[in-house]
Design a protein around this ligand. Structure first.
Ligand code: ARG
Length: 451
């Protein structure tokens, strides 16, 4: 029979399993059935295949679906195996299914079809994760915490402001995925090997049947290009990087007792009984490597490929699948860990005074009284340099003396003691910074509304 002939002629040698992607192709098994069905319906509608034969092929495809990927006959890939199974059911006429197409446009359609639902699944998870982060922001809008730059105490902020910063980043990560989605969702079918077909195919019709928004126009581009995988994997890598940064923050906070993770998101040590480790977040951080590896692997796979189709492409999809699977799991775990964590308000507020983190607020106060900011900075910097190692804020008298020294007038000429004391209080310091997007609870409330 023809199938046997084809099998004998090609992949019988020692490279047989090397050539085969059948196992990997389980990922696109359902997609291939959908693509086959759409193609066969279109062939019948265009009178390229008669309706009876098309009906028999469609019935055979149902049987193939019921039997599942595991029941497929041997083949170089899922496309060939499904075709063989159809021919086994229908007889030689089953071979009409492959009229006016190639595995090249077929596999491109399968990858796009499957990736589309994977991207939507990831976007759905992201939306859920963002809602969880917004709940944390709502609950912790008054919870003062230390903010850092260079991992050094910098300025007081709030848990809400911190968490909202990640929600905003995840908004953009979501938008990048949806942007990539538009270009994923184009129909390559009808491109055949790369050079089109003499049959009167209706490419808009298969696009419609498969839910593609448009047709990938040029047939050579349609079968050869995988940049839709590049931009999707790149968006996933950006997302995984955001998640990794969030995870790193929480790992550092946990090490300082600034956050208590729920047991569900912690691990212990097999030897040190006292340990509660933030392993889930370390794995989120580690998994960022899966996504960057995927992007690198994909770009490396693609970069030397000439037009049109090359078998290298059989190894392209896996990079995207690995990256997207890994990130999809990370989204839920990272958001879950943050959503269920406990933020010890007193510890955090005390920590927010460490290292004279209210210094900028004092300088701002002087500047608001008309002192040039650079001069105010100089006064406060001098005071900061003279602090004892265990001292988190200067005495008013010391500040006043330095101010007089630098500016010629006593501090009272510019600001009163009460205002300075307020600026030295982390909660007041946060409340003062009510500029748009800032940490003051009022500004965060606006951010929450917008989100
Ligand atoms: N399995 C292949 C892939 O995933 C499709 C087969 C096309 N093969 C070919 N020799 N043109 O890319």
């Amino acid at each position: 029979d023809q199938t046997a002939v084809r099998r004998d002629r090609f992949s019988g040698g020692p490279a047989r399993s090397f050539l085969s992607s059948l196992a990997d192709d389980e990922r696109i098994f359902a997609a291939d059935l959908a693509v086959d069905r759409a193609h066969v319906v279109m062939l019948a509608e265009q009178d390229i295949v008669d309706a009876d034969t098309a009906g028999e092929i469609l019935a055979a495809l149902d049987d193939v679906e019921d039997a599942g990927h595991g029941a497929l006959p041997e083949g170089e890939d899922v496309h060939e195996a499904i075709e063989s199974a159809v021919i086994d059911h229908v007889g030689p006429d089953g071979g009409k299914m492959h009229t006016a197409r190639s595995r090249n446009d077929e596999v491109a359609a399968c990858i796009r079809y499957r990736l589309r639902s994977d991207v939507l699944e990831l976007v759905e998870r992201l939306v859920g994760a963002r809602e969880q982060l917004l709940d944390v922001a709502r609950a912790e809008s008054e919870t003062v915490m230390p903010g850092y730059t260079h991992l050094q105490p910098a300025q007081p902020t709030t848990v809400a402001h911190w968490v909202l910063s990640y929600e905003q980043a995840l908004q953009r990560d979501t938008a990048r995925l949806l942007d990539a989605y538009e270009r994923i969702n184009q129909n390559p079918l009808g491109a055949a090997a790369f050079a089109g077909t003499p049959f009167d195919v209706d490419r808009e019709r298969t696009a419609e049947l498969l839910g593609f928004d448009s047709v990938a126009e040029n047939s050579m581009d349609a079968s050869a290009s995988r940049d839709f995988l590049v931009e999707t994997t790149s968006a996933v890598a950006a997302l995984a990087t955001t998640l990794s940064q969030l995870a790193e923050d929480v790992v550092v906070m946990a090490s300082k007792g600034h956050v208590a993770l729920d047991d569900d998101y912690a691990s212990t040590s097999s030897i040190m009984p006292q340990k509660k480790n933030p392993d889930t977040l370390e794995l989120v951080r580690g998994r960022a490597g899966d996504a960057t590896a995927g992007l690198n692997g994909l770009l490396t796979n693609l970069k030397g490929q000439p037009r049109a189709y090359n078998r290298d492409l059989q190894r392209a999809g896996r990079h995207a699948w690995d990256a997207i699977d890994s990130a999809t799991e990370s989204v839920a775990v990272a958001a879950g860990a943050v959503a269920t964590a406990d933020w010890p308000a007193e510890t955090l507020e005390a920590a927010a005074t460490e290292g004279f983190a209210t210094a900028t607020g004092v300088a701002d106060l002087l500047a608001m009284a008309g002192v040039p900011f650079r001069t105010a900075h100089e006064v406060v910097a001098e005071v900061a340099a003279d602090l004892d190692a265990d001292q988190d804020a200067p005495d008013y008298e010391v500040l006043s003396a330095v101010a007089e020294d630098v500016m010629g007038d006593p501090l009272g000429e510019y600001v009163d003691r009460e205002a300075v004391e307020r600026a030295l209080d982390p909660a007041e310091s946060v409340a003062m910074r009510d500029s748009r997007g800032g940490p003051a609870p009022a500004a965060v409330a606006d951010g929450l509304d917008a989100a």
